[in-house]
Ligand binder design. Structure first.
Ligand SMILES: [Zn+2]
Length: 150
């Protein structure tokens, strides 16, 4: 069993979070990728054990990032081009519909990574690496991780 290394980790800065977010790495340790397959995120980091996918609506962050980028950079501009007769309205609808189907899949990884980067940049104390050793939450998470690794 791999040691949890919680006490040895340095505090994670916002700059490190940004770099880890751009490379789709674990925001806590930066030693593991966020995804186990192209479209499946790890529930727990395979290196440090931090819970990445928290459930209970945590996916709404990446979903809203994904939706916003899709609508404001692709669907809306193509519809406006059709509305103002730069392209035909049929072409605008086809382009908007195709983009609305494909872009969320292409942006899935980026939106998850971006969400984690934003979340932990705003709440840096939520990262295990930034918690104090006597933190109750950290003890609970440590027990939970050792239970799941058996
Ligand atoms: Zn990690």
């Amino acid at each position: 069993m791999e040691d949890l290394q919680l006490q040895q980790m340095p505090n994670v800065t916002r700059r490190q979070l940004l770099i880890r977010g751009l490379y789709c790495e674990c925001p806590n340790c930066g030693q593991a990728k966020l995804f186990k397959t192209p479209l499946r995120i790890h529930r727990y980091c395979p290196k440090c054990g931090m819970q990445i996918e928290r459930g209970n609506g945590y996916y709404l962050g990446p979903l809203s990032i994904n939706y916003s980028i899709t609508v404001f950079t692709f669907v809306l501009p193509s519809l406006l081009l059709g509305f103002f007769d730069y392209i035909t309205i049929k072409l605008a609808l086809v382009v908007a519909f195709t983009g609305a189907l494909l872009l969320p899949v292409l942006l899935y990884r980026f939106s998850w990574s971006c969400w984690l980067m934003i979340y932990y940049s705003c709440l840096t104390q939520e990262l295990h690496a930034n918690k104090t050793e006597d933190c109750d939450d950290l003890c609970f998470e440590k027990e939970r991780r050792t239970r799941t690794q058996r």
